[in-house]
Design a protein around this ligand. Structure first.
Ligand code: ADP
Ligand code: MG
Length: 697
């Protein structure tokens, strides 16, 4: 697992580079650069082209020129203001302007009567030619030091283009020839795509000749993007192939329980729900482990699919677990399950982190002795103290709230374990491969009948008072609403301040309306009390933080107001909106934006108004962000890629997926020459987990 020696320089300390000190290291961190290799993976975003000029002229104004000049005179400044040097190109006078230069530096670099080659953007000001801060000042014989075409990087404050480029050039030298000798892309693909090797691709991108070289279409970029996608797909396929090492015992499915529950439901299942349940049935009764993702928009009814699956297993005394991200959600699922299984002989328990010690002890005992068939809880379910008698099925709800690693760790919990994960977060179809290349996917496409589209409006915070008076009227008729406070970083004290301020102002403006607060810092008991009270209709407006984002199901609530909407990601807003529109009644979502929203921010919110399907919203979101490194990816569960652009590189992604599958099918342990080269790629891309798995196999 040790990284090959020839890769060391790419993973070394940045301070070994000339021109980089500890301060720059900190600034570099801000743009995601912590090792030399990261420099190479930050591609230029633009080109600067310089033109040779014999003499300045109107034709060259606004161009970056390279020109020979002779220094005539220094005009040092008396007060504030720029310093000016008069030079001539032999025919015409040019002013060189400096804002912050020291006199000594000027004297040294621009000696009177001497000639220099300089470069900079030529401008015309008050009918005189000028260059502000020429970026190259060279002696006549050093003209070659000025690049004619120069890559431009998008940088942060505290890092100059020159330092950046200089570092890139140093690091390019550090790529050893050995890397070029271990081509990990198969010959057929390489030839078909007409790609050059790793080192050369990097060189060509960082020393571009044309705009084409650094464009999305650039063959050099495509190769490197494929590298990234291949390593990602490979790591997924490896994780999967090693996790499937053990076949499992086929499960004998019981149908009595599920038939009883179906009778209790006040509605019939949708076609998608039926189909998903059937797929799960067939997975459970096979001798290969189930590893399935259920993807369905908010409100599509995933919970019931989970309940049915658990009953299949429980009927023959297998244990099934449903893990959710929050206490409130655990409690809600537990209550619903109890309700649906009143006349069924199945034992269910609730286990959350904040339970009282005594209560917890009893629950743990029941789990250990196998008295509890169905266990619903938060991630505390997988702590050491929890011992199962016969765990057969694990279901993870809102799986994007848990890490990929946790997903893989779960597999180790039992030999005959089947795994089902559910997500309400819509992953754009184009990204499915990238994220879930290792799983089978079921989709819930249709929503329960009689659902009406949630009416979404976008209003300015200036109109909040009008809104509140409207809400007063509606509340008097008995409607229930959510009111979501602006997004403030979790744990931040101002989160509570904001919510309490809004609480007192709403109370003042809505006399006689029962309002209450729900936030993450409350004790479990308090939260449960509030949720029950809201569910029973005793609270009319629930003022909340994003704790209500996932899963909460109160079909009677038909209005959701979201303050500071521009601060949320689109996926998150869609999730929040999904809290309403869960019953037959017409529902409303009101997005309030603050004054500094900007044009783009408004366009983003418009997407939500136009589309009501999570998949469409996710696709739009991706388009608007260009598929680069969008913020908020974490919460949407989309993996981060540095080079690959998931919107543009769809085809490349599917090639990488095909190739990765083929590789592992033929050479599971990555042996031989090609296997060794692929391991180099995994090292390069920091896929330590995959390398560990290969080692253990
Ligand atoms: P999800 O978890 O997919 O967001 P839920 O499982 O919370 O959705 O279901 C949303 C609401 O729809 C719940 O109130 C649930 O009782 C109801 N529901 C689920 N399936 C159906 C169905 N087939 N017909 C009518 N209502 C349904
Ligand atoms: Mg749910």
């Amino acid at each position: 697992m040790i990284r090959p020696q020839f890769l060391f320089p790419l993973f070394g300390s940045l301070e070994n580079l000339k021109g980089i000190g500890s301060k720059t290291v900190l600034n570099l961190k801000k743009i995601g650069i912590s090792k030399p290799l990261d420099f190479l993976y930050s591609f230029p975003t633009n080109l600067k082209t310089r033109v040779f000029a014999n003499t300045v002229s109107d034709l060259n104004v606004n161009k970056v020129v390279i020109i020979k000049i002779k220094i005539i005179k220094h005009n040092f400044k008396y007060f504030k203001g720029p310093l000016n040097i008069e030079v001539t190109d032999g025919l015409k006078k040019i002013n060189l302007i400096f804002f912050n230069a020291k006199n000594d530096w000027i004297k040294k670099n621009f000696p009177i009567e001497q000639e220099r080659i300089i470069s900079g953007k030529l401008e015309k000001y008050k009918n005189q030619f000028q260059i502000i801060h020429p970026d190259y000042i060279e002696k006549i014989f050093d003209i070659d030091k000025i690049p004619v075409i120069e890559p431009i990087y998008s940088l942060t404050k505290g890092i100059s283009q020159k330092v950046f480029l200089n570092s890139v050039n140093q690091i390019l030298q550090l790529i050893s020839e050995e890397i070029s000798n271990c081509e990990w892309i198969n010959k057929k693909r390489l030839k078909e795509m007409n790609w050059t090797d790793f080192k050369n691709s990097l060189k060509k991108i960082h020393k571009p000749k044309t705009n084409e070289d650094i464009s999305l279409n650039s063959n050099y970029r495509l190769r490197l993007a494929y590298d990234e996608l291949l390593s990602h797909q490979l790591s997924l396929v490896i994780a999967r192939s090693f996790s499937k090492k053990n076949t499992k015992k086929r499960k004998k499915i019981g149908y009595k329980f599920s038939t009883l529950m179906k009778k209790r439901l006040p509605f019939s299942l949708t076609n998608s729900q039926e189909k998903c349940i059937a797929e799960i049935q067939s997975d459970l009764s096979r001798d290969e482990r189930m590893y399935r993702l259920i993807q369905g928009d908010v409100g599509s009814g995933k919970t019931l699919v989970a309940f049915f699956s658990m009953l299949f297993v429980a009927e023959n005394s297998g244990q099934a677990v449903l893990m959710v991200p929050t206490d409130i959600l655990a409690k809600q699922h537990y209550n619903n399950f109890q309700e649906y299984t009143k006349d069924i002989e199945v034992n269910s328990v609730l286990l959350t982190g904040k339970m009282k010690t005594n209560e917890k002890k009893q629950v743990l005992e029941a789990i250990k002795l196998g008295q509890a068939d169905i266990i619903i809880g938060t991630h505390s379910l997988f702590q050491k103290g929890v011992i199962f008698e016969n765990l057969e099925l694990v279901i993870i709800d809102e799986q994007h709230k848990f890490g990929v690693q946790q997903r893989h760790d779960l597999i180790q919990k039992g030999e005959n374990l089947d795994i089902l994960v559910m997500t309400a977060t819509p992953i754009p179809r184009t990204l499915e491969l990238a994220n879930y290349g290792d799983m089978d996917i079921s989709r819930i496409l249709d929503k329960p009948m009689n659902r009406q589209k949630v009416d979404t409006s976008i209003i300015s915070e200036k109109k909040i008072e009008i809104l509140i008076s409207r809400i007063l009227e509606i509340c008097k008729k008995g409607t229930q609403s959510y009111w979501v406070c602006p997004l403030i970083e979790e744990g931040d004290k101002s989160e509570l301040v904001a919510i309490e301020q809004r609480f007192s102002s709403l109370n003042k403006m809505l006399p006689g309306i029962k309002i209450d607060i729900l936030h993450g810092k409350m004790s479990e008991e308090q939260k449960n009390k509030i949720m029950t009270s809201f569910k029973n209709g005793n609270i009319q407006i629930l003022l909340a933080t994003t704790v209500i984002e996932v899963g909460i199901d109160v079909p009677n609530a038909t209005i959701i107001v979201i303050e500071g909407a521009e601060r949320f990601g689109l996926a998150q807003l869609h999730q929040l909106r999904g809290r309403v529109g869960r019953g037959k009644k017409q529902s409303n979502c009101i997005l309030i934006y603050s004054k500094n929203i900007g044009r783009l921010g408004k366009e983003r919110l418009e997407v939500l108004r136009k589309f009501d399907n999570g998949f469409d919203i996710a696709e739009e979101d991706l388009k608007m962000r260009g598929g680069g490194n969008p913020i908020g990816q974490q919460q949407s569960g989309i993996p981060k890629f540095r080079i690959a652009n998931l919107d543009f590189d769809k085809e490349l992604l599917s090639y990488a997926n095909q190739d990765a599958n083929e590789i592992i099918k033929n050479n599971k342990y990555l042996k031989g020459e090609h296997g060794k080269n692929l391991r180099v790629l995994l090292h390069l891309m920091n896929k330590d987990n995959s390398l560990k798995l290969l080692e253990s196999g």
